[in-house]
Design a protein around this ligand. Structure first.
Ligand code: VGL
Ligand code: ZN
Length: 396
């Protein structure tokens, strides 16, 4: 990074009212705090935003004697009504105690005008198309900016990373405004949590931000100090010490299941686009790729086995964690032994997959695979590791 190009972290609304116990608690909101604390040393400039409402703010349900969640019109814009939150000078409006505030240079308040809400840390909701000049007090023709854009420019910042609460409101609008103002903008997904008033809101917010040119990364991409050459929806092309490789951008790990019954192993067969063929492999899948990015590996393994093969195992044992292709990816595979197996349904994978399964005699495995390859199927090397690990486990 050259000296005139500086990177800022914008910490959005990490305030007590948005945390568990607060009046507008964002589910799992407190989980962002340790992640944000870890990230801070990687930035030249750190600023925070603070939702800072008068007690009778127009976004509060109580102001209109209505129920939270309803939508009204405010300043000519649709406005979701919220529980009373972040009232100026209250504990609920204070930044979280556990958030390291030592390096925060400036706090930009927003939402002071009772007639209009302000999700973005840059502008109120009514001025989304303005130029980003800070407001001149009392001049209604000027954009009602918070001063954040000017501050960042004064600090020679051209790249901003946005974290905090909530992914589907203030984080989203802050990131969209940053991008529209010309800042190279990244949202660090695992350093944010969403309200999810409607299921899927967070995913939709992520899509919307991506469509607007916002890069979406996980904190490990910053902490690892890898350079992201090309972000993708599922994979990022990155480099470390000049070595290009791929990182998964949507999962925390990969689980592989070695399911054994009566000296037979459970194999799956599915079409794999990169090789353009059906591949014989072990049941496997991503941990933390669905609604819960923090799903444990064991739960993911149980879910994948059931989804792909229809089997439930009553006995589980972690085996070994191995890297899969260390020149190509940092991916690690967590192998599990699954025993005491009971069929529940047909399997087959999710709606996008067409997975069939086979029970194969371990003593006949080589010949069975020869036969499969003669039929044009390919064999994943992962299955040989699984066989070996199962052998090691049964002799220990
Ligand atoms: C927020 C709703 C109302 C946020 C603020 O910080 O995302 N959400 N006010
Ligand atoms: Zn608010």
């Amino acid at each position: 990074m050259n000296s005139s190009s500086r990177r800022a972290l914008i910490i959005v609304d990490v305030q007590n009212d948005f945390l568990p116990g607060g009046s507008l608690a964002v589910p799992h909101g407190a989980e962002v705090i340790p992640v944000i604390n870890q990230l801070q040393p990687y930035y030249d400039v750190i600023v925070a935003t603070q939702d800072w409402h008068p007690a009778d703010h127009g976004s509060f349900a109580a102001t209109h004697d209505m129920a939270p969640g309803a939508t009204i019109e405010l300043a000519g814009l649709p406005q979701v009504l919220w529980p009373t939150h972040c009232v100026q000078h209250t504990t609920g409006a204070a930044l979280a105690d556990d958030l390291d505030a030592y390096s925060i240079e400036r706090i930009f308040t927003k939402g002071e005008d009772r007639e209009v809400d302000s999700y973005s840390g840059f502008f109120d909701n009514g001025r989304r198309s303005s130029t980003g000049r800070a407001s001149i007090a009392g001049d209604p023709c000027e954009a009602r900016g918070t001063g954040l854009a000017d501050y960042l420019r004064e600090q020679q910042v051209d790249e901003v990373h946005v974290v905090g609460l909530a992914t589907d409101y203030c984080v989203k609008y802050t990131a969209l405004d940053a991008a529209s103002l010309g800042f190279a903008t990244t949202v660090i997904r695992d350093a944010c949590r969403g309200v999810e008033l409607h299921p899927g809101d967070v995913d939709r917010a992520v899509e919307e931000m991506r469509d607007a040119g916002v890069r979406v990364l996980d904190s490990r991409h910053i902490l690892d100090d890898v350079e992201v050459l090309r972000p993708g929806k599922f994979l990022n092309l990155v480099a470390r010490d000049g070595w290009e490789f791929v990182q998964r951008s949507n999962a925390t790990g990969v689980v592989v299941i070695v399911a054994i019954r009566d000296n037979q192993i459970l194999l799956v067969q599915q079409h794999r686009p990169p090789v353009g063929a059906d591949v014989i492999e072990l049941p496997a899948g991503l941990a933390g790729d669905l609604d819960d990015p923090y799903e444990s590996a064991l739960i993911a393994a149980q879910r994948e086995l059931l989804e792909e093969t229809g089997y439930v195992a009553r006995k589980w044992r972690p085996l070994r964690t191995c890297c899969s292709s260390p020149g190509l990816t940092d991916e690690q595979l967590q192998y599990f032994l699954a025993e005491d197996l009971h069929p529940q349904h047909e399997g087959g994978g999710d709606e996008t997959e067409q997975i069939t399964h086979h029970w194969v005699d371990l003593d006949q495995l080589g010949r069975w695979l020869d036969h499969q390859q003669r039929q044009g199927r390919l064999v994943s090397n992962i299955l040989f590791a699984g066989v070996q690990l199962a052998k090691d486990a049964s002799s220990s």
